[in-house]
Design a protein around this ligand. Sequence first.
Ligand code: NAP
Length: 355
Amino acid sequence: MSARAKSRLTSTLDTVLDRSLVLGYSRVGPALRRRWWPADPEPGCLAGQRVVVTGATSGIGEAMVTSFARLGATVHVLGRNPDKVRRVVAEVREALPGADLVEEVCDVGDLDVVRAWCADLTDRLGAGGALRGIVHNAGAMVAERTETAQGHELALAVHVLGPHLMTERLLPLLGADAGGPGGPGGPGSVVWMSSGGMYSAGLRSTPDEIEFRPVEGEQEYSGVRGYARTKRMQVELADAWNDRPDVRSGVRPGGGAGAGVRVESCHPGWAATPGVTDSLPGFDTVMGPLLRDAASGADTAVWLVATRPASAGTHHFWHDRRPRPTTYPVQRRPDPVARRAFLDHVAAATGTVWP
Ligand SMILES: NC(=O)c1ccc[n+]([C@@H]2O[C@H](COP(=O)([O-])OP(=O)(O)OC[C@H]3O[C@@H](n4cnc5c(N)ncnc54)[C@H](OP(=O)(O)O)[C@@H]3O)[C@@H](O)[C@H]2O)c1
């Protein structure tokens, strides 16, 4: 079979897996796709380079720490609970002696804490500091509408506002040359860990709707809906970051401090993690044997940071090492008015400006 025919066949197969959901999202997806997906990152390719993983104290984040450490990166293991951070660091060091890990404590849903942590990290890395990547992996599904210290709905704060502010504050480190002995230098990558659940949700246009405040005509708060909608927001946000002239322009001068930084979103499929067991016990019971492992859920984010693959075009949403549509043909694309309102709300809530 010619290379072209083979590529067409695997592309069709991959799409069929994706649209079937169960096959593509479960352990079947990577078991088949790894026969044709792009090559693994070279061992040691991140030597001398720093990566931040949020939500690193459980499930996919914990697995990601191991994967990045195996590639030689210095991994900043970020969680909100210092005991859990310490435990993960100790376990990964035991499994991988010589792993270069840094304990980081930060509640990504508390904007004041995010500001303070970013200032502290910037100070610690000093002049010439650089980040090869940040994976915004921290995630939560809450049963009832809950507010953070700054009065934002919790899922919105953890999935969207905190990571956006962190990206903004760390942009100079991400835009700096992250070159290490193990691989190419240049600017870094930001990856939002979204969810396939985002396909079920759209955006809303008023600040009350975006913050899930009780609004006439809107259904009551549901954790699943709050989760899905904020996961949709992550995908929209990654696309919006890519439209920023200061980031898009790969060549300085002309671009800002973050010129050339890649911003992506991805989803992990369905992975067996404490998060799934705790938040979706019914799903876990039914799907348990088919769930992929946490490392497989982490794979695409690690691969994106380690290899900086060619851009996915106007959308930057990936799964199993391939760009995916952000809406399916039967769905309406997010309304541009709602998108603008959402981005304006993110800027107002975090005290940032869209260039
Ligand atoms: N597993 C799946 O099948 C699946 C599917 C789709 C998307 N995802 C996404 O993948 C990511 C990881 O999921 P998982 O299944 O590994 O979940 P998990 O086992 O519940 O892990 C979530 C992590 O996020 C951390 N976290 C939550 N709120 C935080 C906060 N305010 N500040 C800092 N860290 C915080 C948790 O810390 P604590 O340990 O302190 O709670 C934990 O380390 C999430 O974004 C999730 O939405 C997972």
